[in-house]
Write a protein that binds this ligand. Structure first.
Ligand code: SAH
Length: 815
């Protein structure tokens, strides 16, 4: 039996899972062991635990079949066209690997059941699924239909239970299956390929410990990533090439060509499964009637290898791959070329094609039009269209997912008609020219069938669309999560989100797309892009990036974006994310000037001179004024700058006895949602918010109390504090040249610290608590995030993108 379907295989004892704690018990382990244990441990594994929602809108990620049933219907049409081309006289054997909630199979079977010839040809359905919890869900979903039609449905631990069957036409499906298979991580050095392993505990040789893969670009290919490890685990490079690294690197000539320094994720499990699919479809005879079946593999990935695509998802967010082992979905991009290598001598592979091309060529629009005709309302029509668009969105799922087709046997070269839609030609006329008459007839017949009712779970068009500027920043991500969250009673959010982003390829933009956010390219430098992206929006959350553009541009952009919102016509609630007006609060004394606060605040002051209309035909505005994030305890501003040799954490800042209106990002999200939910109450108002007014001593004492560690608060003079960092004379607006109109980092933060130290900013905490009684305190925040005093790079985007000051380590250790 394959090792990939035997989750235990002695590995369980090498790594112990228990919620947040996991350790390697017998020395370093392979990534494959880690992944397999985390996903398939019999009791603690991610897929095995019945309490995990896993898939769908409530789970950790959402897949195409769950977005729109059109996806499964079109896959069904492709399978039927293959059967009609090659197997019509034979019974149908359907096989699905990793069926999840069974949605794809249910949609396929529903299509099959509408065609008498296909309905009577289906013989049995084989589901390869290791998780008993998911088997139960699949049984509930498929049971009624299979029983009503007299089809046999059975489950298997692995594909090895199945052998070639000449009496049947076998259809194999693997949707988001290969990405969950364990892989080995290799690195090429001068001496050859070495395996990178995982060891537990901190690295004794490096003082610096940062967070793991969240800062990697998930789409990057074979790049030499600098390794960052979590406190619990670290990566170790095996000293010499081992048998595994040697054999895996030799398993494809493509790998040999990679340059020294490359990383390579390679999955022998994926190779084995692909080969097994080939064996099931391979016919020793060579006639047209001897084709034993077809297969479709759909996954995130590409036609090449990857070096750093391993990532983890929890609650629709990308998290550290070592975060809560067993509670997160782990995934890698699929190397389709490797799957093709495995099958090459057994069957014919086609593609991969992008999901957009596959679905479009297979007649997605025909099906969508037919469904719209029979839709009961305009809103429903819009929903149907929106869900289909999401599947083929070239900036999202449409290009991220790839379809690999497998047909026939090695001996038969299918015609272009028989290969449809897997053909090279991409000219516009190809649809009419190459599509076979039979397939076209079938497609039209199936796709136009109005009785195939339509259901979608991601309805967007009857929702209020909120346009977000600053979506990929720490604040934006938190605000979007709050906007999309269901109400406490479980009823769905009334909002959908469109995000403006400079770089659609940025990891954070891809993360947003994975949550169903529509990402549109543009920037506040290009106000036309803002105007067109705002079309149709009901609301806005505008948080301009003063750290990039500086106060001068920020003021102008802020005023113009407001005017544009008025002009666009659809916007009913314009919300500006602001900060305190430092200079004004300090009675215009220049020592309080703070560029990244004042820029936003001046816009807010100007907005107060504009009308706010709380009616259905015009626009209301609100200002939400927040403050430093509690998450800045993970960086140099509020985090401990040193840990002394006796273990004492040193929180050093020029804060005196001043108070900072710190806010947890989740509370900021709460108030953003509150503002949109209460338009009348917040119209024309500024909401000055915080989670708690915090002193430096509060930080040290709360840390002591929550973690049991020793900690001290050190009040440091402002100049001595700046001495600890390099780069403080650079412009605070990082797109500006030195001397180019922006204040320096030092000037900016001198005003910022003075604002808190001199008590210039107050908050009405009674009002805040009355609105948000569940809001965080510093203590509850530290407990919730398990704050451990480790600095991280991945909270603030500018920090993650390395656009900020650098600490001088020799001085920090003196603190
Ligand atoms: N195809 C579904 C589910 C994808 S999740 C969809 O797209 O919605 C991955 C699925 O593969 C789950 O059902 C999981 O339990 C299953 N799976 C993961 N590893 C497996 C293995 N080694 N053997 C069998 N099933 C596995």
């Amino acid at each position: 039996m394959d090792s990939w379907n035997k989750p235990l295989n002695g590995m369980q004892s090498q790594i112990q899972l228990s919620g947040k704690r996991a350790t390697c018990t017998t020395g370093p382990i392979a990534y494959a062991t880690y992944m397999q244990t985390c996903l398939s441990h019999p009791t603690e594994g991610y897929y095995m635990n019945p309490t995990h929602a896993i898939l769908g809108s409530k789970g950790d990620f959402i897949t195409s079949p769950e977005i729109s049933q059109v996806f499964g219907e079109i896959v069904a049409v492709w399978l039927l066209s293959q059967w009609m081309n090659f197997g019509r006289s034979r019974k149908i054997r359907l096989v699905e690997l990793g069926p999840g909630r069974g949605t794809l199979m249910a949609d396929i079977l529903r299509v099959f059941s509408h065609f008498p010839a296909a309905r009577s040809a289906v013989r049995d359905i084989h589901l390869v699924e290791t998780s008993l919890a998911l088997r139960k869900i699949q049984d509930e979903k498929l049971g009624p239909m299979t029983k009503a039609n007299g089809w046999n449905c059975m489950w298997h631990d692995g594909l090895d239970d199945l052998s070639p069957d000449e009496a049947a036409f076998t259809m194999v499906l693997a949707h988001e299956f290969f990405d969950a298979l364990p892989f080995h991580l290799l690195k090429k050095t001068e001496k050859g390929w070495h395996e990178i392993l995982i060891a537990s505990g901190p690295d004794p040789t490096t003082p610096q410990r940062l967070k793991a893969s969240t800062s990697r670009d998930i789409a990057s290919d074979n790049v030499d990533v600098s390794f960052e490890t979590s406190p619990r685990f670290r990566q170790v490079l095996s000293e010499t090439p081992n048998v595994v690294s040697h054999l895996l690197a030799a398993s494809s000539s493509r790998f040999q060509k990679l340059p020294i320094g490359s990383h390579l994720e390679v999955s022998p499990a994926a190779y084995k499964v692909a080969r097994k699919i080939g064996e099931i479809l391979h016919s020793k005879k060579g006639g047209l009637g001897d084709v034993l079946g077809c297969a479709l593999v759909v996954d995130y990935g590409g036609d090449h290898s990857f070096g750093s695509s391993f990532r983890a998802f929890k609650d629709h967010k990308i998290v550290d791959v070592f975060y809560r082992p067993g509670e997160c979905d782990l995934t890698t991009n699929v190397d389709f070329a490797y799957l093709k290598d495995a099958i090459a001598d057994l069957a014919i592979t086609h593609g991969p094609l992008t999901q957009e091309t596959f679905l479009t060529r297979m007649g997605l629009q025909l099906r969508v039009d037919a469904l719209k005709k029979s839709a009961s309302s305009e809103a429903r029509k819009a929903d149907i269209e929106a869900a289909a668009k999401r599947l083929i969105d070239p900036l999202g799922m449409g290009r991220q997912y790839q379809f690999l087709g497998i047909t026939g046997t090695r001996n038969i070269q299918p015609t272009p008609e028989q290969c449809w839609p897997f053909i090279e030609d991409t000219s516009d006329h190809v649809a009419e020219r190459d599509i076979s008459k039979d397939s076209l007839k079938l497609i039209t017949q199936v796709l136009a069938y109005p009785a195939l009712t339509f259901s979608i779970i991601s309805m967007s068009n009857n929702k209020k669309l909120i346009f977000v500027v600053g979506a990929t920043g720490a604040q934006g991500l938190a605000v979007i999560d709050a906007l999309l969250a269901p109400y406490p009673d479980g009823s769905p959010s009334p909002y959908s989100v469109r995000a403006l982003t400079r770089d659609l390829g940025h990891r954070r933009a891809q993360l947003l797309a994975s949550k169903g956010v529509e990402c549109v390219q543009g920037s506040t430098d290009d106000l036309e892009s803002v105007a067109s992206a705002m079309e149709g929006a009901y609301g806005t959350w505008i948080n301009t990036d003063g750290f990039t553009i500086g106060e001068q541009k920020e003021i102008y952009a802020g005023m113009r974006i407001f005017e544009i919102a008025k002009q666009v016509g659809s916007v009913r609630h314009y919300v500006w994310s602001s900060l305190d007006y430092a200079l004004k609060l300090g009675n215009y004394n220049p020592k309080y000037r703070c560029e990244h606060y004042d820029g936003k605040a001046r816009v807010a002051e100007w907005m107060k001179a504009q009308p706010s209309h709380d009616n259905e035909d015009d626009m209301a505005w609100s200002v939400v004024t927040s403050g430093p994030y509690m998450d800045m305890l993970y960086n140099l501003m509020f985090g401990p700058l040193n840990r002394r040799s006796d273990g004492t954490y040193v929180f050093a800042a020029p804060l005196g006895s001043g108070r900072v209106p710190m806010i947890a990002l989740s509370d900021l999200g709460f108030f953003a949602r509150y503002t949109f939910d209460h338009r009348s109450m917040t119209s024309g108002k500024e909401l000055a918010i915080a989670s708690q007014m915090v002193t430096l001593e509060d930080i040290a004492s709360t840390f002591r109390q929550v973690t049991g560690n020793k900690a001290v608060a050190v009040d440091r003079s402002i100049d001595l504090w700046f001495d600890l960092f390099g780069g403080v004379d650079n412009p605070v607006a990082n797109e500006k040249p030195v001397g180019g109109g922006s204040t320096t980092w030092k000037e900016n933060f001198r005003g910022w610290w003075a604002l808190w130290r001199d008590g210039m900013v107050q908050r009405d905490m009674d009002w805040i608590r009355s609105i948000n009684p569940e809001g965080h305190t510093l203590e509850s925040w530290m407990k919730e995030v398990n704050y451990d005093g480790q600095l991280q790079r991945s909270v603030l985007k500018n920090v993650e993108d390395s656009k900020t000051i650098v600490p001088i380590r020799e001085l920090l250790v003196e603190l």
